[in-house]
Design a protein around this ligand. Structure first.
Ligand code: ATP
Ligand code: MG
Length: 407
């Protein structure tokens, strides 16, 4: 598709400065706003929360619901292009914006990512080309589907087709009886049952695709989850067998190209034990936006995932990012703001910030709650052994879980 670039610092015929908009005001929106403003763009955020992390730092904050016609009109009037920072923004809202403004990613791509059933069909059609499959699964939308479930899929994980994130909307089930109880517990909404796989590792790949179809991106990063929430990301040369890394990147590019995707896309993969030395790749899910596992790119790469988001939506060139330092990212959940006895505390930033190569990012959320993503800490250094050692010190100071599994 041909697209006239929206240059930062330019002013249009009606006197408006080049402005980029984002649906959603969470931390991903905040880091997008930072990247856009650094280039010289004005920014607008639509999020109902008056204290949203991105709304607080943006030139404009429209505090309406995502489907509010007036709010959407206001956003379209302010912006020259619009992106999104979370996948559950109503596809109809993106469609409405697209009537007058470039929207990247588009409503159709976001709609696929919102629904695990459609997502898996899309993966089969696109990642399949790169030889990567989904976990064996069954769609459960009716009592008949439930009855017809193949016992081969058990033990498994029942996942709601919509609105799942950070492990929410998921139930592990050992047998058919548990499956029936779990589905009833999820109120009989459309679900997929996935076979529980023997995971060796988890990784994700972030790419950016432009209006002209050009693709760029990062090497796979290695991810560790605790209680279904990302805890640690490790990004360094050799974090994965090269053949597997190449295949994951190829599958991600295929997933993006297949739907003419524009913007930043993250695809999550499992590496499963299939008896081979490297293991086999299984595609899990995609996020139509920058991803928590790509936050290290802010400090360890010359171009971050948020820079690529800005470039892609504005039609600017998509440079190939270069990672200049090995990195480990540690997520900072609200739990860090409480001691072992559950009493509120201020984390020991004095000790953390004294660590070499420590980059602290807090999202401006004033209320810490267990499980709430409050910020992240990225450690960079000259070599991965050194970075791991500093990351262990940071994890000890902040009582963070997950690093043991890194080896
Ligand atoms: P998020 O959006 O935060 O990535 P989510 O709620 O959409 O998470 P999934 O990514 O589907 O959930 O699953 C969360 C985690 O649960 C995975 O990262 C993985 O550790 C585990 N998991 C999910 N599906 C399977 C499976 N089929 N076999 C084994 N482990 C799984
Ligand atoms: Mg996931």
């Amino acid at each position: 598709m041909s697209f006239s670039p929206i240059f930062p610092g330019s002013v249009d015929a009606s006197g408006r400065p080049a402005t980029l908009g984002v649906m959603g005001g969470g931390q991903l929106g905040r880091m997008f706003v930072h990247a856009a403003q650094r280039l010289g763009y004005f920014t607008a955020v639509l999020d109902p929360d008056a204290t949203s992390p991105a709304g607080r730092v943006s030139h404009h904050h429209i505090a309406t619901g995502y489907s509010d016609a007036q709010g959407l009109q206001q956003l379209a009037a302010l912006c020259h292009a619009v992106t999104t920072e979370f996948e559950n923004v109503p596809a109809a809202a993106l469609q409405a914006l697209a009537a007058s403004r470039p929207v990247a990613p588009g409503a159709a791509a976001v709609a696929i990512a919102q629904n695990r059933i459609e997502e898996k069909a899309h993966f089969t059609a696109s990642a399949g080309v790169a030889g990567v499959t989904c976990a064996p699964y069954a769609v459960i939308e009716t009592a008949e589907h439930l009855k017809a479930v193949d016992a081969e899929l058990l033990p498994g994980i029942l996942k709601t087709a919509r609105m799942g994130y950070d492990g929410k909307g998921q139930v592990r089930v050992a047998n058919l009886a548990e499956l029936a109880v779990a589905w009833a517990g999820l109120k009989g909404v459309p679900c997929v049952l996935e076979k529980l796989l023997p995971l060796k590792a988890e990784c994700s790949v972030i790419v950016a695709r432009g209006w002209d179809g050009a693709i760029t991106g990062f090497a796979p990063q290695f991810n560790l989850h605790v209680d279904g929430i990302l805890a640690v990301t490790a990004a360094y040369e050799g974090n994965m067998p090269p053949a597997l890394a190449q295949r994951a990147r190829g599958a991600t590019e295929s997933i993006a190209s297949h739907i003419g995707y524009v913007g930043v896309l993250c695809v999550e993969f499992f590496v499963i034990d299939d008896g081979s030395a490297d293991g086999a790749l299984v595609v899990n899910e995609m996020a139509p936006r920058p991803h928590n596992s790509g936050h290290y790119t802010l400090d360890a790469c010359d171009v971050s995932q948020f820079d690529l988001q800005v470039h892609a939506m504005a039609g600017l060139p998509l440079p190939q990012p270069r990672q200049h330092s090995p990195a480990i990212m540690l997520n900072l959940l609200g739990d860090v703001w409480f001691d072992a006895a559950g009493r509120p505390r201020t984390p020991d930033w004095q000790a953390v910030l004294a660590l070499p190569g420590a980059h602290l990012h807090l999202y401006g959320k004033l209320e810490a709650r267990p499980g709430r993503k409050m910020g992240h800490l990225t450690l960079t250094g000259a070599d991965i052994a050194g970075v791991k050692s500093v990351a262990r010190q940071a994890a000890k100071i902040l009582a963070l879980p997950g690093l043991d599994a890194l080896g």
